[in-house]
Design a protein around this ligand. Structure first.
Ligand code: CP
Length: 308
């Protein structure tokens, strides 16, 4: 089986460092990378909506000199006729050199990787994980803070269904003196498997609270998330919880001057647009960082597969 990226834990700490360093080098010297994937094809298979992830993967491949094949909607592919993920992965392996796939079912990317003969990148599988968003988050933290250790990280909003939160906890858990403040309504707490398998198993420091304003003064990073409407079984519950946290300028009065505010986006209304001009707002920089990390990842996986 060729190397794929399904979960952020598939990458060692050294590999996260290498990917970050490659992304930083791409930012400094884009011309050195502009033709490295000439003649290679990325297939983006998106069976769930996306703007950033799909387009940043495609922009990444074009900026490496490669080409892109795209399925933007399950309804326009043979998945709508009942083709399995396993068969789809075998078929796409005949046309492309690497796959980035988003799917509503948890574990779908793993099934694709087990059946493809080319690398598969998980671009989000249900409420499970979203490792390349975490790569974007890590590069943003590195560029804003210069470090991954000695940080108090507030994760706020839908910590139950927010797959980017699960992947980010897994990534930051490996660094020294990282403390998590988990801010959510009772119904949207971090799943117990993440607490047991990552936070408690590794003896990490964390607190759970419903009170964003009380937590604010201690935070170095505030990672806001959208309440994931598409994962709710009941619209009434979504409507009751969707506005649990709305970050407005007055709520930042007690925040550190060098707080970094992240959000994987899309935002609904959990961050007021009045915050966009605050120098602490990093969420649009995060979007840009995602493309560079995806470029670094495509290069790494194609090299390991022997394609480059
Ligand atoms: N952050 C993220 O995954 O955005 P998209 O859903 O637009 O890809």
């Amino acid at each position: 089986m060729v190397r794929s990226l399904i979960d952020i834990t598939d990458l060692s700490t050294e590999e996260l460092e290498q990917l970050t360093n490659t992304a930083l080098d791409i930012i400094e010297h884009p011309a050195d990378y502009a033709h490295l994937c000439a003649g290679k094809k990325l297939a983006t298979l998106f069976f769930e909506p996306s703007t950033r992830t799909r387009l940043s993967f495609e922009a990444a491949m074009y900026e490496l000199g490669g080409n892109v094949l795209s399925v933007t909607d399950a309804a326009s592919s043979s998945a709508a006729k009942g083709e399995s993920v396993a068969d789809t992965a075998k078929v796409i392996s005949c046309y492309a050199d690497i796959i980035a796939m988003r799917h509503p079912k948890e574990g779908a990317a793993l099934v694709a990787a087990m059946n493809a003969s080319i690398p598969v990148i998980n671009a989000g599988d249900g409420g499970h994980c979203h490792p390349t968003q975490t790569l974007a988050d890590l590069l943003t933290i590195r560029r804003e803070k210069g470090r991954y250790s000695d940080l108090t990280v507030g994760l706020c909003g839908d910590l139950k269904f927010g797959r980017t939160v699960h992947s980010l906890i897994n990534a930051l858990a490996r660094y020294e003196n990282v403390r998590f403040v988990l801010i959510s309504p009772e119904e949207l707490k971090v799943p117990s498997y993440v607490k047991k398998e990552v936070l408690q198993k590794q003896g990490l420091s964390y607190v759970q609270t419903t009170d964003l304003e009380a937590a604010m003064p201690e935070l170095d990073i505030l990672y806001m998330t959208r309440v994931q409407r598409e994962r709710f079984f009941n619209e009434e519950d979504y409507l009751r919880l969707k506005d649990s946290y709305i970050l407005t300028p007055d709520k930042l009065r007690s925040a550190k001057k060098d707080l970094s505010i992240l959000h994987p986006l899309p935002r609904v209304n959990e961050i007021s647009v009045a915050i966009d001009s605050d120098p602490r707002a990093c969420y649009f920089k995060q979007v840009s960082n995602g493309k560079y990390m995806r470029m670094a990842l495509i290069l790494k996986l194609l090299k390991e597969a022997g394609t480059l």
